[in-house]
Design a protein around this ligand. Sequence first.
Ligand code: PBG
Ligand code: ZN
Length: 323
Amino acid sequence: MLIQKLRPRRMRISDGMRAMVRETELSAKDFVYPIFVVPGEHVKEEIPSMPGCFHLSVENAVELAREIYRLGIPSVEVFGLPEYKDEIGSSAWDPKSPVQRAIAAIKEAVPELVIVGDVCLCQYTSHGHCGKLCGEYVDNDETLKLLQKVAVSQAEAGADIIAPSDMMDGRVAAIREALDGDGFTNVSIMSYAVKYASGYYGPFRDAADSAPQFGDRRQYQMDPANVQEALKEVDLDVAEGADIIMVKPALAYLDVVRRVREHIHHPVAVYNVSGEYAMVKAAAQNGWIDEKRIVLETLTGMKRAGADIIITYHAMDAAKWMQ
Ligand code: PBG
Ligand code: ZN
């Protein structure tokens, strides 16, 4: 007769025992909450494909920022819809645009909150691509000059972290140079170093009105099949001076998060994107899954994969559930 001596179940016998041996602890401190600011006043409109997320005018964004901070979430990332669009996306560096005004107002109202500014042009260009076009091709080096202006304008408004999401080559170095040249040596760069051309951005593109008007983003965002290329992108961005390295999306790329975590000594961020959020919300609204369990389990998985920072639309709910 087999005498069973090895019993891992002993470590699962009670809440107390499980807590003692738990390896990954999720916390509100891990989160960055993305917000969408829009022109106008008194705007608070729910985004249809992202239930629980809103288009907010600046004063409402400030109200939300206070609540985010009260929940123990250390950071917000500010996205915006501009008042006007043109070929080169010039509203992206207009100090009167909603993003710049929101950054300044939030910094004033909640100075302890770490403000991340998303730097890209797709919300601001009439064609919806992430840079300046040359024919149907996004011109890399011309775009860098514009991204420098966006980064500096957000730093001037009060952003603590600049997060370029455009996927142009050399943008981290270009932005670092521009920030330093204007005296913003203490403003950090969180690079969307590993950003895949993903179907999971769908709801965001509706929310931010940033879908490309022709073609897609595969000439600048990465092929979902590649991981060596991810490490190459990481190496370049580290060499160019990135302070934090991001992988995006999260769920289908947790192996990439693990590889990146083991490859560098920088903080690693993961972006739990709009499509991932929308799928959970839709299933939960249908009563098919237990939202709280699924969200906490999923976010724990991201942290276990190696993420130090999780950018997620679930941040406020998760922070409340963990209180
Ligand atoms: C803009 C940008 C996108 C996201 C963040 N910044 C969309 C895109 O690249 O088309 C996606 C965020 C999300 O889906 O939650 N470059
Ligand atoms: Zn873009």
